[in-house]
Design a protein around this ligand. Structure first.
Ligand code: SF4
Length: 398
């Protein structure tokens, strides 16, 4: 097994925001609420919408890990937000809130093509993470991926991943590559938890403060070695699928005959009223890594009305829409480092048909840090004092 070249040891404190440990931004405190698997009940969605309206700036920001952010919180709002989240099960552990970064295959168990339904894994993995005091020490950027075999999330940069190979065999991925370790589906979550513990043990052994498994010296191989005796022997090598450029949009017929709608949220900013509408349409929704929302289990006679209602709020169901290919960082006024109102500029470029780099997938950022940049091939549109630089594959254009 090969491994990525080690990155320099991190020297900064892990200040990744959570719901209780917020980040001070220029527009107020920023809270990040972890949503394992992106799965949200209607009740939870309503509570989040209310919190955004009452405490924040009226929006919920979708992240590339299927989590949500609230911005513009006043000083001292954390306990009030925490109480609201805890009341509906969105804050099961105050000590572990930032380590519950779990991506799951979209519409697993509902859409066809997967080997199994990963939703029980989401529940078990979240419970296992929160039950182990040692795992509170995972970095806030540590990511776990649960892929039902369709390959939609296995390539999205997980530190530890489960990838179903069949209905009876699951591959463990480490740092985005096959570890060679295998488990039966029933043993897969304990193996993922063991891998997370092995990351912490290897990090301690190296005297490092790495945030990601691939940052450790020979991290994937050394963590895999620590798992000997806790998993099956090597199976045939697995090529981990690459990161999809965009996610699915539109209508998907479920295996039970009902329909799921997948709509992209423009620039990932979901308004509180949009969230309330979603909560009226389905008992459960799923946030995706592509800043879209899946609305499942719709009866045939409800699909058209739901799509029209959501479209009226600005959600996008056209896979040819440029909104699918444009992401941004927060920019001004939320970030003091930003050199531009990137959301406003990107919106103007989309609506006037003036996107740079043609139809390429592009990420707009207010400075060179490029926060929120998605996985995979992306043209960077980066604000500078002299305007935007368009950077395609490392080649800069004016
Ligand atoms: S990329 Fe720069 S401007 Fe944008 S949010 Fe990050 S630090 Fe702020």
């Amino acid at each position: 097994m090969s491994s990525a070249a080690p990155a320099p040891t991190r020297r900064r404190v892990d200040a990744c925001p959570g719901a209780l440990q917020t980040h001070p931004a220029a527009d107020g405190a920023l809270a990040r609420v972890r949503i394992p698997g992106g799965l949200l009940s209607a009740t939870q969605l309503r509570v989040l919408a209310g919190a955004a309206r009452d405490l924040g700036d009226g929006h919920l920001e979708l992240t590339s890990r299927g989590n949500l952010q609230l911005r513009g919180l006043p000083a001292g709002a954390e306990p009030r937000l925490g109480d609201r989240l805890a009341a509906v099960g969105l804050l099961p552990s105050a000590t572990h809130e930032r380590v519950r970064n779990v991506l799951a295959s979209v519409l697993s168990g509902r859409a066809g093509g997967g080997h199994l339904d990963v939703r029980p894994w989401v529940t078990a993995l979240d419970a296992g993470l929160c039950a182990d005091p040692a795992l509170a020490g995972l970095p806030g950027r540590f990511l776990l991926t649960l892929d039902d075999g369709r390959g939609d999330v296995a390539g999205l940069g997980g530190d530890v991943g489960l990838l179903a190979r069949s209905a009876t065999e699951v591959a463990l991925t480490l740092g985005g590559i096959d570890s060679g370790r295998r488990a039966a589906p029933a043993d897969a979550v304990p193996l993922a938890l063991a891998a997370a513990r092995a990351f912490l043990a290897e990090r301690d052994a190296q005297g490092a403060t790495a945030w990601r498994l691939a940052e450790l010296d020979d991290g994937p191989a050394r963590v895999a070695t620590r798992l000997r005796g806790q998993s099956r022997d090597f199976g045939p090598a697995v090529e981990v699928p690459g990161a999809p450029v965009v996610g699915p949009v539109g209508a998907v017929t479920q295996v039970d005959g009902r329909t799921a709608l997948l709509g992209v949220v423009r620039l990932g900013r979901l308004g509180a009223d949009q969230a309330d509408l979603l909560a009226r349409l389905a008992d459960e929704v799923q946030l995706t890594p592509w800043r879209s929302v899946a609305v499942p289990d719709l009866a045939e006679d409800a699909v058209d009305d739901a799509a029209v209602d959501l479209h009226r709020t600005g959600m996008v169901f056209d896979e040819a829409s440029p909104w699918l290919r444009v992401t941004t960082c927060a920019g001004r006024p939320g970030c003091a480092k930003s050199l531009a109102d990137v959301r406003g500029d990107a919106t103007a470029a989309v609506t006037t048909g003036a996107l740079p780099a043609g139809g390429a997938r592009q990420h707009w950022a207010g400075c060179g840090r490029r926060c929120g940049r998605p996985q995979g091939g992306v043209v960077d549109v980066v604000a500078t004092p002299a305007g935007y630089d368009i950077q395609r594959s490392g080649v800069e254009e004016d």
